[in-house]
Ligand binder design. Structure first.
Ligand code: 5GP
Length: 190
């Protein structure tokens, strides 16, 4: 019998539909576990008020995004909500993994499938709402999107919920603290 490493450095991919509260869960997880390296995605969408380039996203033009993809600098990328492209820069992720860090990606289902194809040893977690009605309520209450955009996001959310069974684990975001604990345990941090 060999020794077992208790904290295997690993890549965790977190997926969840719009308005499930991913942002809040991830923020809370990172304040409890600042040792986690959170990947900052590149996107072609415009910043929302208060979003900082390089912190929330790297906000890039369509041409710049094309260049990143063509240069092989994206670990994965996808067109999300039929509107804008989002992708994970490859270099920082590889660097953090080589340093033995726990790395977290917060991406969509299509992106998660690409990561599974290239890094099958990664760990795939789905963050689900307590119910469909609760998801709709959270999206409406947030009020950051137009009605048309809300409809588009709900259509995507339906498809994402249908893919939940593809994941290694499902965490229900009912109680924030519990969801954060579940995630931390799944990541081998608690
Ligand atoms: P938002 O526009 O609300 O910031 O993000 C919309 C969706 O894009 C999120 O649900 C998130 O999962 C997805 N997303 C963010 N970054 C990435 C990424 O790097 N790759 C992929 N495939 N999806 C992403």
């Amino acid at each position: 019998m060999g020794l077992m490493k208790l904290h295997e450095p690993r890549l965790t991919v977190l997926v969840g539909p719009t308005a499930v509260g991913k942002g809040t869960v991830v923020h809370s997880l990172l304040s409890r576990h600042p040792e986690i390296a959170l990947s900052v995605s590149a996107t072609t969408r415009a910043p929302r008020p208060g979003e900082i380039n390089g912190t929330h996203y790297f906000f890039v033009s369509d041409d710049e995004f094309d260049r990143l993809v063509n240069d092989g600098q994206m670990l994965e990328w996808a067109l999300v909500h039929g509107a804008h492209r989002y992708g994970t820069p490859r270099k920082p992720v590889e660097q953090w993994l080589s340093e033995g860090k726990s790395v977290l990606l917060e991406i969509d289902v299509a992106g998660a499938r690409q990561v599974r194809a290239s890094m099958p040893q990664a760990h795939f977690i789905f963050l689900a709402p307590p119910s469909w009605d609760e998801l709709k309520r959270r999206l409406t209450e947030r009020g950051t999107e137009t009605l048309e955009e809300q409809e588009r996001r709900l259509t995507t959310a339906r498809a994402e919920l249908d893919a939940a069974h593809e994941f290694d684990a499902i965490v229900i975001n009912d109680d924030l603290d519990q969801a954060v604990t579940d995630l931390a345990v799944l990541m081998g941090l608690e």
